[in-house]
Every structure is written in structure tokens, then in C-alpha cells.
Design a protein around this ligand. Structure first.
Ligand SMILES: NC(=O)C1=CN([C@@H]2O[C@H](COP(=O)(O)OP(=O)(O)OC[C@H]3O[C@@H](n4cnc5c(N)ncnc54)[C@H](O)[C@@H]3O)[C@@H](O)[C@H]2O)C=CC1
Ligand SMILES: O=C(CO)COP(=O)(O)O
Length: 335
């Protein structure tokens, strides 16, 4: 029987663990807090992140990462992107020799501008063939109701994507494979930054023309960065690119979009942070995405104003004026 450890009992970690368990994988969640772990292990519920959702009886939970990972074929990482390096350093001695490390995270590391798979290879000391990424339009608020959805599992090793696809493919959850790890990760991380921009515009009371423009030009930014970093351009037309961008930028369930909306309505950063109970990756990753763009000399004007609004005191109105007053140019997608 396939065995998995899912490290992180937040909303996506718990939901992905539910998917694996429902597909027949023997799955154990690891969490920091004893009360959350106990509620999942004994009560089959995660009241803090997924109140009212009945989890599979077979799903186990523990506060001991070594116990969770014992004999695991897949070690699934579901903590905030900015804490991964620290967490993984502690987990490294317990990772089984042949386990595949699976990233659910949609962020870019601050300071290094590394993708999560790069951090994983570096900190866990594993080759890229032992790393996979899951990304796509996967809003947890819909998945917990078992509404139909699709995702992408990516790895440079076809055998790995095949095994992971098999483990998480359900009648209501459809997994596609892709070998373009770079594109799948960039699509997932940068769409959060664009969702912040779309949220700010919505909060300012602006309508669908603005939303469509930000999403379309946002996709152009993602594709330009992807081309420079070495992604396959086709990935951005797929579920981990346009698919996730559409879901996140249009759904009130998105934490990133909601964060932007609160800023656009005039809330301060401190008030917005206080109102945000879960991880909104774009808030930190907008800076590392911009760092990556500058390293590759790629122009990302929407990302720049998001950094301005979120971190540098720019007002939403100033951001709108900056974007609208850029030099007129031909429309180009990608490079
Ligand atoms: N929730 C969603 O709809 C989806 C989320 N994602 C991505 O999944 C990743 C995880 O997000 P969520 O589960 O949604 O976030 P969350 O905020 O619901 O949960 C985060 C989890 O990490 C734990 N955590 C926080 N700081 C920690 C630390 N220093 N050390 C160890 N654990 C720590 C929290 O206790 C919590 O269990 C993010 O990168 C997110 O972008 C991807 C697809 C869908
Ligand atoms: O990545 C997501 C959906 O695919 C979730 O988006 P948020 O983190 O903005 O809620």
C-alpha cells in the first residue's frame, strides 16, 4: 500500500491529505499543535481550518514528524513558503531514503527568490528527480464539498508524476501531469501577486474591464518571467497558469484576492493583516517575484505596483495612475 506523510495541517494540507486517503493511500498528517492533531486523529475533523468537514476515518495525525514520515513513499510539504527552509532542515533526518518530496506551496522564497522545489533540493539534499509539485485551480473552499476540480502534478521524472497522479486522482479530482516544474511553480506563485492587484481594483469599486485587463496583462507578466527562467510557454495556458489565475482572481474564496480587496477599500496594512487568518502567499512573495524579475531583467509593472501598495506605502489610486500612464506600446504576449 502507498504511504504518505502530509506535513502541515492548514487548509490545503488537510484537504490534500483527505484526497490521498480517499484514494486509498495510507496517510498521516503532521501538525505543530496538539489540539489540532488530536481533533483530526480522534475526532476526524480540523475545526480550526475546515470546520464541519468530516475527514476520512483512515486519516491519522501526529505532532511527531518522524512518526508521520516513517516508511512514506510521498512526503507532502504544506507549510507557508517562507517557513519551509526552517521546517525542512529539522525534518531532513527523518525523510525516508527513496521518498518523493511533494510541494503544495505557491510562493517564492524571500531573499533568495528561489522556487519551493529549489529550496527542497537544497535543504533536503535530494536530486530534482525526487521532487514533485502540485498546482492548479484548487480553492479549498470548493474541494471540501467535493466539487469537481482538476490539478497538475509536475516533476522532471515521468515515473514520479505517474505515481503521484495515480495517488491523487479521484472521481471528483482530476490530476494532469506536466514535466515543466519551473512553469508550474511560477504560475502558482505569480498568480497570487496578480490576484492581490485584482483584489485592490475590486476594493476600489472598479469593474470587469479592469479585472480582465489585469488578469490578461498579468498572464503576460507570468509568461515573460517564465520565458526568461526557462519554463515551457504552453504551461501558462494550462491549469497551473491561466486556470489558477482565473480561479484566484475571480473567487471571493481567495485569500490573496480578499487581502487586496481590503487594501483597495482603504484598510491599512496592519488592519488587513489582522483580518487575514490564513496564508496569503502573494503578500511576501510579491517582493521575491520582483527580485527574480530584476535578476532576469524582465519587466513586471503590475508586480511592481503590488509591491508598492503592499510594502512601500503607495496608494491604490497612485498605483492605478502609474499603470495607466505607461508608454503606449504594441500588445505582446510572452517575450
Ligand atoms: N488553501 C488553498 O485554497 C490553497 C493553498 N495553496 C498553497 O498551500 C500552501 C499552504 O497554504 P494553506 O494550507 O492554505 O495555508 P494555511 O494558512 O491554511 O495553513 C498553513 C499551515 O502551516 C502552519 N504553519 C504556519 N507557520 C508555520 C511554521 N513556522 N512552521 C510550521 N508550520 C507552520 C500553520 O499552523 C498551518 O497548519 C500555500 O503556499 C498556499 O499558497 C495551494 C492551493 C490551494
Ligand atoms: O491557490 C489557490 C487556489 O488555487 C488559493 O488561493 P489563495 O491562497 O489566494 O486562497
Amino acid at each position: 500500500m502507498t504511504k504518505a506523510a502530509v506535513l502541515g495541517t492548514g487548509s490545503w494540507g488537510t484537504t490534500f491529505a483527505m484526497i490521498l486517503a480517499e484514494g486509498g493511500t495510507s496517510t498521516t498528517l503532521w501538525g505543530r499543535r496538539a489540539e489540532v492533531v488530536e481533533a483530526i486523529d480522534r475526532g476526524h475533523e480540523n475545526p480550526e481550518y475546515l470546520p464541519g468537514v468530516r475527514l476520512p476515518e483512515s486519516l491519522r495525525a501526529t505532532t511527531d514528524a518522524a512518526v508521520a514520515m516513517e516508511g512514506a513513499d510521498f512526503v507532502v510539504l504544506a507549510v507557508p513558503s517562507q517557513t519551509l527552509r526552517g521546517n525542512l532542515g529539522g525534518w531532513r533526518p527523518h525523510i525516508p531514503e527513496h521518498a518523493v518530496l511533494v510541494s503544495l506551496m505557491k510562493g517564492i522564497e524571500l531573499r533568495t527568490s528561489k522556487r519551493m522545489s529549489e529550496v527542497i533540493c537544497e535543504v533536503a539534499g535530494v536530486p530534482e528527480e525526487r521532487v514533485a509539485v502540485v498546482s492548479g485551480p484548487n480553492l479549498v473552499g470548493e474541494l471540501i464539498r467535493r466539487e469537481p476540480a482538476a490539478t497538475v502534478v509536475a516533476s522532471v521524472d515521468d515515473k514520479v508524476t505517474g505515481r503521484l497522479q495515480e495517488a491523487c486522482h479521484l472521481p471528483w479530482f482530476r490530476a494532469y501531469t506536466n514535466s515543466d516544474v519551473v512553469g508550474v511553480e511560477l504560475g502558482g506563485a505569480v498568480k497570487n501577486v496578480i490576484a492581490l492587484a485584482v483584489g485592490v481594483a475590486a476594493g476600489m469599486g472598479l469593474g470587469d474591464n479592469v479585472r480582465a485587463t489585469l488578469m490578461t496583462r498579468g498572464l503576460a507578466e507570468i509568461a515573460r518571467l517564465g520565458a526568461a527562467v526557462g519554463a515551457d510557454p504552453h504551461t501558462f495556458a494550462g491549469l497551473a497558469g491561466m486556470g489558477d489565475l482565473v480561479a484566484t482572481c475571480t473567487s471571493p474564496l481567495s485569500r490573496n484576492r480578499t487581502f487586496g480587496e481590503n487594501l483597495g477599500r482603504g484598510m491599512s496594512m496592519a488592519e488587513t493583516i489582522a483580518a487575514t487568518k490564513q496564508t496569503a502567499e502573494g503578500v511576501k512573495s510579491c517582493e521575491s517575484v520582483l527580485g527574480l524579475a530584476r535578476r532576469y531583467d524582465v519587466e513586471m509593472p503590475i508586480t511592481e505596483v503590488v509591491v508598492g501598495v503592499v510594502h512601500d506605502g503607495m496608494t491604490p489610486s497612485e498605483a492605478a495612475v502609474l499603470l495607466m500612464s505607461r508608454t503606449p506600446k504594441p500588445e505582446r504576449y510572452g517575450v
